[in-house]
Design a protein around this ligand. Sequence first.
Ligand code: PMP
Ligand code: GLN
Length: 385
Amino acid sequence: MQRRAQRVTGLGTTVFAEMSALALRTGAVNLGQGFPDTDGPAEVVEAAVEALRTGHNQYAPGIGVPALRAAIAEHQRRHYGIDLDPDTEVLVTTGATEGIAAALLGLIDPGDEVVVLEPYYDSYVACVQMAGGVRRPVTLRAPDFRLDVDELRAAVSLRTRLLLVNSPHNPTGTVLRPAELGALAQVAVEHDLVVLTDEVYEHLTFDEHEHVPLSTYPGMAERTLTVSSAGKTFSFTGWKVGWVCGPAGLVSSVLTAKQFLTFTSGAPLQPAVAHALGLPSTVLDDLRESLEGKRNLLCDGLASIGFDVHVPEGTYFATTDVRPLGYADGTQFCRDLPTRAGVVAIPHQVFYDDVDAGRPLVRWAFCKRDDVLSDALDRLAKAFG
Ligand code: PMP
Ligand code: GLN
């Protein structure tokens, strides 16, 4: 029997699952799905083991264990000067993914329009659709991938209910600048919109680029839900511990939906993430520095092979234009890549409504060991050099 509700029709299999399976099947180096191949700090793993051994094995409170909510509030205060009540303004979720899903289900009615930066992280499309919403993309265009404020204003209508932002931005690596964040804030305030901002790469920025939370802009604290995740910040993507912060009235709508998605999130991992958030900020600095080295290794290598490289300001990902290698289409390039070079990457096209804007672009994850990146570059040089 085959049946499918409209709310999931057309969503298919995520490109990340498809590409990781392809890498496994072909023995290719996987620079597709964004996950580090080195675990985060050992003492955080020990904290999780300790929690498993000391009875943190039954349902946690739906909103999250108190120690983690306090640690998230303290993190927001320490890094950004944001004051949050950990009992009403912080919600622990099963990864950022559940936070985004629960926020959209909790805030969007059928027919509501969601203005979203494109290329978009794939779960946004799925969750807006499952909530019955309508997406209105605003495209960050190559080669600079900056926000076009006129395009943003044109996308907003009387039916717009929510603005969905992501910075540092997957897949382009753009870190939104003060002028761009200011414009987003102005539009949100003018149109009285709720803003959902996905800041999972908040600590992964390079060079002089610095992440500033959108909620710190004038008029934004009262209307902004900020999503982040321990997966990205501490290299534990498999733990799926995320959070949503914002005004109590909005967080409670997210919690209402979350109650019936997962009820609560993994109990023993929560005290461990609380421990991680309390580590000195040198831990984050080291991670950022190491990742910046990997970014340089991959970007320099790809450029020397002949790719047109867009060096990212943040995130795990670099983007290339593949036209200098004789491909007009990034999807065709990514299909050929495992057999031609023994490497897997992700075509940008899957992240766009405006498919032409992403056609020649390919995303490469560099959150991998240096020897893995070098191996991938050797393979690419042999195939294309
Ligand atoms: N948002 C963005 C922009 C991402 O790249 C990812 C993926 N890693 C997520 C959300 C999901 O995060 P999590 O694994 O914590 O659910
Ligand atoms: N966020 C990661 C990426 O963009 C992967 C997450 C996933 O597999 N859903 O590659």
